[in-house]
Design a protein around this ligand. Structure first.
Ligand code: EPS
Length: 394
């Protein structure tokens, strides 16, 4: 499967096409809406989230609750568009009308926000107004990714593969907490993620108060915060998704690439990640042991990936998100047109969007896992894929 997205942050809406899903996978709009709602939760989000209630409309590729094998088309409305009909009009507007001209002028941005796409985007497209760059670089686009990821998850679920996430750190707080046993079994993972879903930071309950306090402090100080999310794929992870045979087939590279493409993500770890570079080989590799004649492991430092392939253990990834670059207390900047020093533009934004970041990273990881599952077990229909994987339809 592959997917394409279109749509601006304050334009009429978002459009998503997912091509290459096998036929016969159960899919309801509610399966997509569930993840869209999870992405909208998050203590520290700004006013926009109370305007939007993201819901997908399926416009093609699904019949009687099952995929047809044809491209799946989705649309999502931007409810905020009602407030942006003139500045984000698709059709040309009458610039001689002073009211219209004033509305366009009000939404013009020339004071570059450090850390945003503003500067390189404006230079790249030769613009004197950053609006067109902001509109598409906005993390609103991640709504579309979550919708596509929810479809990928529906395929994975048929193989008892589950992808979930938890926030493990915000603004430097929480990194010291042990948030799970060394080798959780299926029931322990499931219980952990059920707990995570109970709070609006999508974190282990033991962390909740500390993380929340950190965000309250940041909001008071008018600054923004980043953090760390852990993404886990668990269940019946097949051995051998990805490949050792070529650089662009290695699944760790594919997963890291898609997580790095998520807004504000600045680093990705697989398994124990950077810690592996600071210790000795014997501490890093996961030894094999024989349990009742079966090959087993006593640790999962590798995060379920060896030699660019899944090894059957849960896949463990961490993404590190920087603080959002739109700040109420602006940094020093320069006006794109006049070249004069100013404070950067402030447009309504969030104090912390790490909880949403986890749901987005989950979606991206699910897409790669679904693609690799298809590469390994291929098939035009779910039944054919299940047969290739030696599984019987549930
Ligand atoms: C965003 C700024 C805010 C966020 C937005 C991403 O939007 P606005 O400028 O309309 O207040 O709320 O996120 C979403 C709309 C969303 O659905 O996540 C930005 O600058 O990236």
């Amino acid at each position: 499967m592959r997917f394409l997205t279109a749509g601006e942050s304050h334009g009429p809406g978002l459009t998503i096409i997912v091509e290459g899903m096998p036929a016969d996978v159960p899919l309801l709009a509610a399966d997509i809406d569930r993840d869209l709602a999870r992405r909208q939760v998050g203590f520290g989000r700004g006013g926009r989230m109370s305007i939007e209630t993201d819901r997908a409309t399926i416009r093609g590729g699904v019949r009687l609750g099952r995929t047809m094998g044809s491209p799946i088309a989705l649309t999502l409305e931007n409810r905020d568009f009602i407030n942006w009909q003139v500045p984000m009009s698709v059709a040309p507007v009458d610039l001689d009308d002073p009211e219209v001209a004033a509305q366009l002028e009000a939404k013009k941005i020339t004071r570059l926000r450090p850390g945003h796409a503003d500067y390189p985007g404006a230079i790249k497209y030769g613009l004197t107004d950053v609006r067109n760059i902001l509109e598409r670089s906005s993390a609103r686009e991640t709504t579309s990714r979550v919708a596509a990821g929810a479809i990928a998850k529906q395929l994975l679920r048929q193989f008892n593969i589950h992808v979930h996430s938890q926030v493990v750190e915000i603004g430097g707080v929480g990194g010291d907490a042990p948030l799970r046993p060394e080798l959780p079994d299926f029931a322990e993972w499931k219980a952990l993620f059920e707990q995570v879903e109970q709070n609006d930071l999508r974190c282990h309950p033991a962390l909740y108060e500390r993380l929340r306090e950190r965000i309250v402090e940041a909001a008071k100080g008018s600054y923004t915060l980043g953090g760390v999310v852990e993404v886990v794929a668990y269940g019946d992870i097949p051995v051998g998704l990805g490949s050792h045979t070529h650089y662009d087939r290695r699944i760790d590279g594919l997963l890291a690439g898609v997580l790095m493409s998520v807004h504000t993500v600045k680093a990705v770890e697989v398994g124990i990640g950077t810690a592996a570079a600071r210790t000795i080989g014997a501490e890093v590799q996961d030894e094999f042991v024989s349990v009742d004649g079966e090959i087993a492991r006593t640790s999962n430092h590798a995060g379920g990936i060896e030699g660019g392939m899944t090894n059957g253990q849960p896949v463990l990834l961490r993404a590190y998100l920087k603080p959002l670059p739109t700040m109420r207390k602006p940094l020093k900047s320069v006006d794109l047109v006049s070249g004069e020093s100013f404070e950067a533009h402030y447009e309504r934004s969030d104090t912390c969007a790490v909880a949403a970041g986890g749901v987005i990273c989950e979606a991206m990881a699910a897409i790669v896992l679904a693609q690799e599952l298809q590469r390994k077990f291929g098939g035009d229909s779910l039944g054919e894929m299940l047969r290739h994987a030696g599984r019987s339809p549930s």
